[in-house]
Structure formats: C-alpha cells, structure tokens
Design a protein around this ligand. Sequence first.
Ligand code: UN1
Length: 511
Amino acid sequence: MQFLDELAINKDNAGVSTGYEWSDIAGKEKIEVVSPVDGRAIATVFTADENDYMKTVAQAVTAARQWRLTPAPKRGEIVRQIGNELRRYKQSLGALVSYEMGKSLQEGQGEVQEMIDICDFAVGQSRQLYGFTMHSEREEHRLYDQYHPLGVVGVITAFNFPAAVWSWNAMVGSVCGNALLWKPSSKTPLTAIAIQKILGSVIRKNALPEGLFNLVVGRGSVVGEAMLADKRLPLISVTGSIEVGRHAAEAVAARLGKCILELGGNNGVIITANADLKLAVPAVVFGAVGTAGQRCTSTRRVIIHDSVYDEVKEALVKAYRSLRIGSPLVEDNHMGPLIDTEAVEGYVEALRQLREQGGTVLCGGGVLSGGEYFSGCYVEPVLAEAENDYAIVQQETFAPICYLIRYTGEVEKAICLQNGVVQGLSSSIFTGDLRESELFLAAVGSDCGIANVNIGTSGAEIGGAFGGEKETGGGRESGSDAWKGYMRRQTNTINYGTTMPLAQGIRFDID
Ligand code: UN1
C-alpha cells in the first residue's frame, strides 16, 4: 500500500527509538499488526525489552537536561517545524490511522489535523508560559511564581486515538521544556512508528539532542509497569480504561509522582421538550456511531423528555437504518469495524446483559461476517431502550451501543440521570430554553469535564482543556491552561532591601 511506503513502514519494524537510533530487532518479542479493516497482516513490530527501556530512559534524562536550557520560544520553533512535517504527511498518516485502527478516512485525517492544530497552539503557548506577579506584604520584597520543566514525561496512549492524544501531550509537554517517552497501544504501534519517523527529519535537521522524543513500543507488563515505577518520570499521562487508570494512579502515587488521567466516559445527551431535533438527531448519531463508538467521548446515553420521546426514537431508528457499514477507507461508509474480535465479543456480551437486565434492542445487534466483513470486526450499531440504573448502562462498553432513556417532568430530573454514573467526561443538552441550558451549565448542572449546549458529546476542539471528573480521572490535556500540568511551579520571594522583615508580622530580634 502506497501510504505505508510513504511513511517508511516496512515489513519488519523496530519499536524503540530515541530520535536518531532505532533498536536492534534480533531476539525481540513481536507484535503482528493486523488491520481490522480487511483482516490482513500489515507489518511486524519488535517490542522493547527491559534493557531497551533502561537505555531509552537514560537517554531521555540526558536530553531533558539540555532541552530545559533552550528558551521556550525556540522550543516552539521546533514544534512549528513538526507541524509543517505533519501537514506534508496528512494524507498518508490519516490513511494509516484509518487502516490500522479502523476509523473512517475522514476521521483519520481529522486526527492528523488535530495534531497540526495542537502544534500551532503549542507554538503560541511557548511564548505564554505565564506566572503571576503578586504584591508582597513586606517592604522592598518581590513575590512571583514561575514554571519550570519537569524532566521526562511518560505518555501512555490508547488505540482509539493513536496519534492525536500523544500530540496533545507531546507538543505541549515539549514547549514546556520536557523530554517525552511514549508507550503507544500495542494495538496501533505502526501509527506511532510512522510519527516517530516524521519527527526524525526535524530532529536531524535541528541537531536536537538524542532522547528528546522517545518511542517505546512494548507490553504493559514490561514497559508500562516500568514507567509507572520509574522515579525518573515525574509525570505520567495515561489515556485508557478506568481499570488501567486506577492501577496507574495507585502505582505512581506510591512513589508520589504525578498523573494526568484521561479515562472512561459514559456520556449523556439530554433532549428536552423544546429541543431542535434537526440539530439533536444528527449530533446523537455521529456521537454514538462515529469511530464505531470507540471514543471516550462517544454518546452512550440519550435522555429524552417524555413529550418528544417517540418522535426522537423514530427519527433515530430511521437514521440508523440508513447507515452504511463497511471499509472506513471508502468515504461513503458511515461506520467501520471495531478494533479487534475481542471488542466484538465485548459488544455481544453487553447486548446479552442488556436483554437480561430488561432492555430492548430497537435496531442493530448483529455481528457481520463474510465478504467485505471478512475481518470479523464489523458490527451493526445498536439503538436500545434501557433504564439508567441497569448495570450495563452504568458501564462504558467501547462499541456503538446507544441507550435511550425516558424522563418526565423538569430538566433537573434529566440532569440527575445524566450525572447518575461514575464517569464524568462529556455531556450535552439540546434545548431552546435559556433557563434549562444555564441550569445544565451551573454548579448544580452537569458534573462532567465537558458540558455542551446544542452540540454533541464528542469532537472537542483542541483549544479547550480536555478531560473529565469523577472516575474519568480529573486530568486535563490539550488547550486552555492544561500546559501547567507539564511544568513544576515555583514561588519566589526576593528581598531587595537592607532589612530582614518576616511574614505575618513576626518579630525575631537577635542581638
Ligand atoms: C478520546 O477518545 O480518547 O473529543 C479522545 C473528541 C476527540 C478526542 C477524543 N477530540 O471526541
């Protein structure tokens, strides 16, 4: 395939790189990467062993010591060049994301666009790593805060956004003066290898220190655990399930390190009595079916007012029946495959539990096979009727299953249902009523990190801080002031006078 050649993906690929060098592949454990699109083997990746890990981190520590001496706007200049390289490879990298992960070509390219956008954002940020200046309570004293790099930042990413989530962490983390160590999902290592190669030309052209951007493809039990326990990594950013995040948080907390956690969502859309259904229906369908329901921001619950319930249900069923499922490389198709057959098993099991708990499937529910569905990863998107307190509705199933839930009475009831899950990532309300939308955004409203009005739950822009509350983990990445998470903060007090006054008016005279 041409895009593989353009991205220098070979039949056999080393999975570890410090920027210039790639690891030896002899004797290393292999990952055979199979596309969920057509079930074909794409390439082989040789993973990191403990020795590779140790060597890479040592190199990263050395690089971080040099990089912190580079002025932040000059670091931004490197990120600007990375953004330009990504522009050159947008088509091919987008195609690889789509082929390796299974999301639509448009979404694959959208993901690369998100990388380009965060580069632009980070370039601007490199001149805006602001601290405050405060007024000291003491005469002839100056008080301010400033931000310094942390050192080496570990980034553990999931298969569903195999490129963009790394770039939020890496581009912002890099202008903040850190070296990066990336462990991508073992389900999508080729995208990571292609990105590391794209960075290579910028690294070489600028003679950047070896170890500034590091890639370590490997097992969670080898590389992941080593990262969590490694005191040389003051910050670990983790995107993944609540289970994975809980374990990471505990392990990193045991050494008093910091984590940025971006874990599961169980995102609800509220449709009130006077919602504009021309907006609501397509937003729900895209939110639930886009990326085959494998975004952490995917719409999983639709909480609909009784007075419009039947109308919304009918419109959604009609829309679902018109969806085309097939290769994501074909632009006319709306939905591609799940990541692998294990995910298909999770989908089947969720539907079994849903029925057992009293839910009704309105449409979809089949696993597709044969012909263009040869890989066994294609399923029909499901619309179902359920209650919010069903155990299965309370869980995040990474598949296109969307539950319709009815509410009666005031919007407070819908907000209560929307908040009635352990996750707190994204939420939205469709309403033409100012009181309802303001209530949804008030302190008593949505308890999520993202709360939208008259748009869906997914597809957040990079300019905002991305992340969620409760068991979603509380981390923030990407825009706004999320950069502060990648730096250490220091408060400085300077005495430029000739006396030694103490704060709080304390006197401590010595003769
Ligand atoms: C994720 O699924 O981990 O808001 C991230 C969105 C995307 C990011 C999703 N920009 O849907």
